[in-house]
Design a protein around this ligand. Structure first.
Ligand code: ZN
Length: 265
């Protein structure tokens, strides 16, 4: 097999020394077999038809387990409520961890097609059904998310900050009630809240580069009101932003170039 790498074109047959390239060729050939593709498509469509929200993925879990059983992979289930941990290989180091999201979103699928979601107001609108199937057929990816805006056959990545983190906070703004005809004697918390929302929105959309991570600090006092901020750290743990390690980025890039033909990276 001839592949393009960072250093130009190289011939895999000539480079094969430890049998790794042979194994890779076998893996790639089997991945392209119509039966294998049909199987993946069938599993993905089944997951798409029966989406379940986070920590409610009981049927999804059962489906994945039956597929793992059919290919002889050991697993533990349930882990952390509805998760599955499966292991492949000899258990000798080095180990490599892969994960895929299982949850769907509370969204109604509006497109009429054969495999439309059969669960009302639930849909795999974020592509997590794809992630799960990718994990079943997993290869050298460390973490990924589908991106429909990129053309097929393209992998998008960069070293450094890549995907946003997710965190929530609750703000309680307190004002002072009074007569609508005497607004100067009241402190209107609705107005203060409106100003806060606009100000926060402008910080993100107008003051920061969308590819750079930023932290928002909230004012404690707005328009004569008092405000308290709860970052909900106990109730909802924040997810940190994905920051790609430079050397892992290069490793994935090389692996992707080797594994996928006609790849744009
Ligand atoms: Zn997602």
């Amino acid at each position: 097999m001839t592949v393009a790498t960072d250093d130009g074109i190289r011939d895999d047959d000539a480079a094969a020394g430890d049998g790794q390239d042979d194994r890779r060729a076998v893996l790639l050939d089997s991945a392209k077999e119509p039966e294998f593709l049909d199987w993946l498509k069938r599993v993905r469509r089944k997951i798409h038809e029966y989406p379940e929200l986070a920590f409610q993925e009981h049927e999804t879990g059962r489906l994945i387990i039956s597929e793992l059983k059919s290919i002889g992979i050991d697993y533990s289930w349930p882990v952390a409520k509805t998760r599955i941990v499966a292991s492949v290989g000899s258990a000798v180091e080095p180990w490599f961890g892969l994960r895929a999201d299982m949850d769907a979103l509370p969204i109604q699928e509006m497109v009429e097609w054969e495999h439309k979601s059969k669960n009302k107001r639930k849909m795999h609108a974020c592509g997590h059904d794809v992630h799960r199937v990718q994990l079943i057929m997993s290869n050298p990816y460390s973490a990924l998310h589908v991106a429909p805006e990129l053309p097929t056959g393209t992998i998008g990545s960069r070293p450094g900050p890549m995907l946003a983190g997710s965190a929530r906070f609750q703000v309680k703004i307190q004002g002072k009630s009074g007569d609508a005809a005497q607004p100067h004697t009241t402190t209107d918390p609705v107005l203060a809240a409106s100003f806060s929302i606009l100000a926060l929105q402008q910080l993100v959309s107008r003051e920061t580069n969308p590819l750079e991570s930023r932290v928002i600090e909230t004012q404690a006092t707005v328009h004569r009101c008092t405000a308290t901020v709860d970052f909900l750290e106990e109730k909802m743990r924040a997810y940190p932003a994905t920051v790609n390690d430079e050397s892992m980025y290069e490793h994935v890039k090389k692996s992707a170039n080797l594994c996928l033909e006609n790849l744009r990276y």
